[in-house]
Design a protein around this ligand. Structure first.
Ligand SMILES: [Zn+2]
Length: 423
């Protein structure tokens, strides 16, 4: 009983967390106040080096695995217990912000520092992870290294991912000195539970004036690539009724995708984000269009229904215009339910801090989504200004950052000490 009372007094330093965020933001800082720290570049190496230095200063030991994932460890009282892990990513989008990913990493570091300040020994060890190439911006797909860790991908696949210049992750890890010796998966590195703190990357918390999002689920995703082929022809001599206009087909698909999204509310998101038109000449009827579709929903059944609706719509649209089509679902990612005891540990931390909060479904993918496949996992969201992320103006307040770090601290210690609490 006393154990509960003891750890409930622990507290992070919001100022120190904020200062670390601002210091890390100088690495790869852009003119517009954002960050460009693409995975496995020299800038990324600089960020990694700084993180490791800070962790060593905080007394942590460091391990690096074959995917370049970094683990900073603070020992616990019982060496037989698996570590309670937190983490996120240090890489960013080309025009990224100062909080996406790095917030979760540095909140984890702040948990370690706070435990040091209080001279608090947890039962299980605490670890802070940095997952390589979460963004998927330089190397596709996203979250590839937490995916290898969770055995969604094998090591060979991970290391062979190449950027647009043909440089592979394996080569670039060697080059910057982050091709570590450790086995890059849960078998070689058991984990007791995983928590990730992250900015929401959407507008809901700020809009409802809530400080913490207790993340219960993550949306499932289906990604598609569609190529429509019609006939290129002169825009003058070809009468309207004899055209096979691929861009007209694409336009109708854009409409259909939006309609399917609106029809499956609440929660559904449906986006055409990429569209390439050939030959893209003002007086040529487009003969070929490539487009992508991104569907998201937390309920697998609804996601499957949206898939069916898309296939029917695309079929009808292309037949109507006489287009040929190549339709491929290139990615399927099942919806995720975060583990009850981890969600509860987050809730308890929120309640203790007295923070306004709401339950949330994560709309974006996170390393935590893959970790949830191999260990009990929970997530904590804090708001970001205007819900804007993947943008140089991405912003958060010191108060929000502190609140999320405080909840993370409580949730991690709850899990790290639960063997004692339950005995
Ligand atoms: Zn992120």
């Amino acid at each position: 009983m006393n154990v509960i009372a003891k750890h409930r007094n622990l507290s992070i330093s919001g100022n120190r967390l904020w200062q670390s965020l601002m210091d890390m933001a100088k690495i790869g800082a852009t003119e517009k106040g954002g960050v460009c720290r693409l995975a496995l570049t020299d800038i990324d190496k600089e960020g990694r080096d700084l993180f490791i230095q800070w962790c060593k200063d905080a007394g942590c030991s460091i391990r690096i695995d074959k995917m370049g994932n970094i683990f900073a460890r603070r020992e616990g009282r019982n060496p037989d217990l698996k570590p309670i892990m937190t983490g996120s990513h240090l890489d960013s989008q080309p025009t990224g912000g100062r909080f996406d990913g790095v917030y979760g990493v540095l909140a984890g570091l702040e948990v370690v520092r706070a435990l040091n300040d209080a001279d608090y020994e947890t039962e299980a060890p605490i670890e802070v992870a940095v997952w390589t190439n979460e963004e998927g911006s330089r190397f596709a797909p996203a979250m590839v290294s937490s995916g290898v860790f969770a055995k969604v991908f094998d090591l060979e696949y991970g290391l062979s991912r190449a950027d647009s210049d043909g440089k592979t992750m394996g080569e670039e890890l060697e080059r910057i000195g982050y091709a570590g010796p450790d086995e890059p998966n849960i078998d070689g590195h058991p984990v007791g539970a995983y928590f990730e703190a992250h900015i929401e990357q959407g507008p809901i918390l700020e809009d409802e004036e809530k400080t913490i999002g207790v993340v219960t689920d993550a949306q499932g995703q289906r990604w598609y690539e569609i190529t429509l082929t019609g006939v290129e022809a002169h825009a003058g001599p070809t009468p309207m009724h004899l055209r096979k206009d691929a861009l007209l087909g694409a336009s109708r698909i854009v409409e259909a995708v939006n309609r399917i999204g609106m029809k499956n509310q609440p929660f559904a998101c449906a986006t055409v984000g990429m569209l390439e038109n050939y030959p893209n000449s003002r007086n040529v009827i487009p003969g070929k269009v490539f487009l992508t579709v991104d569907f998201r929903h937390p309920d697998d059944e609804v996601l499957a229904k949206m898939d069916k609706e898309l296939r029917e719509a695309v079929d009808e649209i292309t037949k109507g215009i006489g287009l040929e089509m190549d339709f491929e679902q290139i990615w399927y990612y099942a919806p995720i339910k975060f583990e009850d005891s981890c969600v509860q540990a987050v809730r308890d931390g929120v309640e203790l801090g007295g923070y306004s909060n709401r339950d949330m479904v994560s709309g974006a993918g996170h390393d935590a989504c893959y970790l949830s496949k191999v260990t009990p996992t929970g997530m904590i969201f804090i708001p970001c200004v205007d819900g804007i992320s993947h943008n140089e103006v991405e912003d958060a307040t010191p108060e929000w950052c502190e609140a999320g770090g405080q909840v993370l601290l409580q949730a991690m210690v709850t899990k790290a000490d639960e063997t004692v609490l339950s005995s």
